[in-house]
Design a protein around this ligand. Structure first.
Ligand code: IMP
Ligand code: MG
Length: 183
């Protein structure tokens, strides 16, 4: 880790190598589950952009892409509880097999809301693939169909995940030092 990062990252929770291995496993499972089908891979921006890019390149399936931009946080480390759709899908998902690809399932507010509005558009199926899962903070009964890693209740950055829009480009998952957001 670069020296400047040592002040803001308390620990590396998941290494680059572990990420690569786990993403391959997830892609293999999804490819088996959807064998012979065409799937719409739905990237929830911005946080899942890196995970999405790695995952889709390992899928052994016909797939199409779409993107939504949702925001639930503002520039803080705790959820506002409000979900805003800043960019919607660019096409219909009626009768389409859809997999939502998300960076982290935390309270469940974002995915709970997305699932509800997307189900109303009558997809053939709708599943959730999340890179990280923080079950301790869940406020609803939402579970992921595919999950990379279950992590403790700590605020993490890297591999697409940010704090105040920074640190998304770190190649590993690091625990953000509370001194950064308690300032
Ligand atoms: P939820 O609505 O509480 O489940 O939160 C989901 C969203 O909150 C994720 O898509 C992330 O953008 C953000 N989030 C939750 N926990 C973290 C974290 O530890 N680091 C960075 N972003 C987080
Ligand atoms: Mg997000």
């Amino acid at each position: 880790m670069k020296n400047e990062l040592k002040n803001i990252i308390d620990e590396v929770l998941i290494t680059e190598e572990d990420i690569k291995k786990r993403v391959s496993e997830l892609a293999k499972t999804i490819s088996e589950d959807y064998k012979g089908k065409k799937v719409l891979m739905l990237c929830i921006l911005k946080g899942s952009v890196i995970f999405f890019s790695d995952l889709v390149r390992e899928l052994d399936l016909d797939c199409t892409f779409d993107f939504m931009v949702v925001s639930s946080y503002g520039n803080s480390a705790t959820t506002s509880g409000q979900v805003m759709i800043l960019k919607d899908l660019s096409g219909s998902i009626e009768d389409v097999d859809v997999i939502i690809v998300e960076d982290i399932l935390d309270t469940g507010t974002t995915l709970g809301y997305l699932k509800k509005i997307l189900m109303a558009r009558k997809p053939a199926s709708l599943k959730i693939c999340t890179f990280l899962d923080k079950p301790d903070r869940r406020t609803n009964d939402l579970t992921a169909d595919y999950s990379g890693f279950v992590i403790p209740d700590k605020f993490v950055v890297g591999y697409g995940m940010d704090f105040a829009e920074l640190y998304r480009n770190l190649p590993f998952i690091g625990v953000l030092s509370p001194s950064v957001y308690e300032k």
